[in-house]
Design a protein around this ligand. Structure first.
Ligand code: ATP
Length: 358
């Protein structure tokens, strides 16, 4: 088990800022996700940890050892790629054994040791009996497991995964997600997982970093980031929300009140900031909204007209006009509403987030 620390890490390609002043500390045995839109610097960060790239500034540590300039093969990390990167002319056994054979002398391994270790790795990923197949004789999910077995067989200090599930179909992706999580737990392996898929990041990770334009915007557990975003970027990027600009009218010890622009409504909410500027934004997640004309003390009740409503099976997704403001709301699937329906909605103040406008 290894703790990974990045301290002020930056990487530039000519004029392009790929990664800028990244500071993260990943704990022993932690499942850590790096999430962000395309081009935000996730892969570059992972490649710096693997040693495939050298940072222009900053330091990388494994435990207390500075490994910033240590060659990749001396770091004892394993990386799994989106495209699996298996050798097509080698069997499953040969693919998995490859890394061990390279280090046979260094590790003092016999052929029998290698055979046993490959067998164990294939058992871990549920591919026993497939040793003699070639990659092209396997499904996408099975190929991904071979890549995983190849990564695990060397018993890495840190497992690095770069969008490993994105080539799989939706159903298989969910299955593999569960398996990956179970495997990581049982091996207690420090794991860093790069993805642009927020559901993957939230469902797999103990903690995650959200990046944008080369910078880490916020680090925390999925719940912290989802329920207590500290910026509009995170509030907008994770999950869905309606975001309205407004004017701060009051800030108490545990609440804030905001007059919304374009609607003469004062909404009460909570904020992670003790002191807010006068220009703020209100973040309302569709799932916190309730249908009804009365809420608990402090809740805001608004009248609206349904613009459109879609039955999604487990819920109804409605776009409701509150004055001029469009509000996205999830309603119970038994409610009968359609375009033009007049409804009342409760905005529970403890779930309404107020952030500085950007
Ligand atoms: P994606 O999800 O699309 O893979 P990412 O978040 O992993 O994106 P990176 O691959 O880390 O992003 O790239 C970050 C930035 O650095 C991008 O603007 C990219 O174009 C640039 N970049 C990455 N590698 C190189 C390179 N070898 N040469 C020049 N620019 C690069």
């Amino acid at each position: 088990m290894t703790r990974v620390k990045l301290e002020g890490v930056s990487k530039y390609y000519g004029n392009v800022v790929a990664v800028e002043d990244v500071n993260i500390e990943i704990q022993h045995g932690e499942f850590f996700a790096i999430l962000g839109p395309s081009g935000c610097g996730k892969t570059t960060t992972l490649r710096i940890i693997a040693g495939f790239e050298t940072p222009d500034k900053g330091r990388v540590y494994f435990d207390n050892e500075d490994i910033t300039f240590v060659k990749p093969y001396k770091r004892n990390t394993s990386m799994v790629f989106q495209n699996y990167a298996l050798w097509p002319h080698m069997t499953v056994f040969e693919n998995v054994a490859y890394g061990l054979k390279l280090r046979k002398k260094e590790l003092g391994l016999t052929d029998e040791d290698i055979r046993k270790m490959v067998k164990e790795a294939l058992e871990l990923v549920k591919l026993s009996g497939m040793e003699n197949r070639y990659p092209l004789q396997l499904s996408g999910g099975q190929q991904q497991r071979v890549a995983l077995a190849r990564a695990l067989v060397i018993k890495p200090r840190v497992l690095l995964l770069d969008e490993p599930l994105s080539n799989l179909d939706a159903k298989l992706r969910i299955e593999m997600r569960e398996e990956l999580k179970r495997l990581q737990r049982s091996l207690n392996l420090t794991t860093i997982y790069v993805t642009h898929d927020q559901v993957e990041a939230m469902s797999l990770s103990d903690r995650m970093a959200v990046m944008n334009k080369g910078k880490v915007i916020q680090v925390g557990s999925p719940q912290e980031l989802y329920f207590r975003p500290r910026s509009l970027f995170i509030a907008d990027f994770l999950g869905r929300s309606s975001i309205y600009p407004g004017e701060l009218v009051a800030q108490g010890k545990d609440y804030v009140e905001v007059r919304l622009e374009d609607a003469d409504i004062v909404v009460r909410g909570v904020s992670p900031f003790e002191k807010l500027p006068s220009k703020v934004s209100v973040v309302i997640r569709p799932e916190v909204i309730r249908l009804g004309s009365s809420g608990s003390s402090g809740d805001t009740v608004v009248k609206g007209v349904v613009d459109f409503a879609m039955f999604l099976g487990e819920k109804i997704e409605a776009r409701v006009k509150i004055g001029k403001l469009p509000l996205l709301a999830y309603l119970p699937n038994t409610v009968e509403v359609g375009a033009g329906s007049e409804i009342e909605l409760v905005l529970p103040w403890k779930n309404i987030i107020v952030l500085p406008s950007e």
